[in-house]
Design a protein around this ligand. Structure first.
Ligand SMILES: O=C1O[C@H](COP(=O)(O)O)[C@@H](O)[C@H](O)[C@H]1O
Length: 253
């Protein structure tokens, strides 16, 4: 039975603080076991939340981190819509090169005008770190949700939800701009050791309820379920206010 743990905190700041503690432990465990920590970031509101304390973390051995993106908009790196730009500005630039450049793996900028090629190329980037024998097992994938329940760039009712074999797919008609994107697929997301949804604010409280309590399958985030891992929700009390069946638990490392 896939495991889900919901942690709720009084403020967005406390969510960021807890994420810093959580990632310190997850990173240290993974490095002890495998010598590296593989993580994928989402864009949107997530990078600011995650980076708030993490960027100043002096305990983590960032030299062992491999940083990917859970989804990306097909735009140049300097475009305001770029998830890479967001993570770079909020987090990577503040780490003073502690993560070797070769271990930071964004979409290829030269392919942003051909999303299908960009997705195939990104899958090759995954192969270069994880090998091509088995579906990648990320140590941690950080996800957000949209008000429609989308996560990564997996949107309600779209064919990308049915992908069974590719690790990365493209979308050229995203209902949320920009229209061209690439995204990790369920086979990769659901093969991770840990997936962490980070959500704050009352605006998404009903969406969280539909996903966590009601298990509404029409919301793509509901289908994130890890047979061999754990799905965590790090939310503030405003976002958790409508949860009833699954009460947020006390956060303990
Ligand atoms: O378009 C996207 O949206 C989701 C949610 O973003 P948020 O700003 O509502 O938190 C994000 O997780 C995804 O990476 C992004 O491409």
């Amino acid at each position: 039975m896939p495991l889900t743990k919901v942690f709720s905190f009084p403020t967005p700041d406390k969510v960021s603080l807890a994420l810093d503690q959580f990632l310190t432990q997850a990173s240290s465990e993974a490095i002890a076991q495998t010598g590296k920590f593989t993580i994928a970031f989402s864009g949107g509101s997530l990078p600011t939340s995650v980076a708030k304390y993490l960027k100043d973390n002096q305990t983590i051995d960032f030299s062992k981190w491999y940083v990917f993106w859970a989804d990306e908009r097909c735009v140049d790196y300097d475009n305001a819509d770029s998830n890479y730009k967001l993570v770079k500005e909020e987090f990577l630039d503040k780490l003073s090169n502690k993560i070797p450049a070769a271990q930071i793996i964004p979409i290829s900028e030269s392919l942003v005008n051909d999303s299908e090629a960009a997705a195939a190329d990104y899958q090759e980037q995954l192969v270069s770190v994880f090998g091509d024998q088995k579906t990648p097992v990320f140590d941690c994938i950080l996800l957000g949700i949209g008000p429609d329940g989308h996560t990564c760039s997996l949107f309600p009712g779209f064919p990308q939800l049915n992908e069974k074999s590719k690790w990365v797919v493209h979308i050229d008609d995203s209902p949320k701009p920009p229209s061209s994107r690439i995204t990790l697929t369920y086979p990769v997301v659901n093969n991770a050791k840990k997936v962490v949804f980070v959500v704050t604010g009352a605006g998404k409280s009903q969406t969280i309820k539909q996903i966590v309590d009601d298990k509404d399958d029409s919301k793509p985030a509901t289908r994130v379920a890890l047979p061999k891992g754990t799905v965590y929700w790090f939310v503030d009390d405003a976002a958790a206010q409508d949860l009833s069946v699954v009460k947020p638990s006390e956060f303990k490392l």
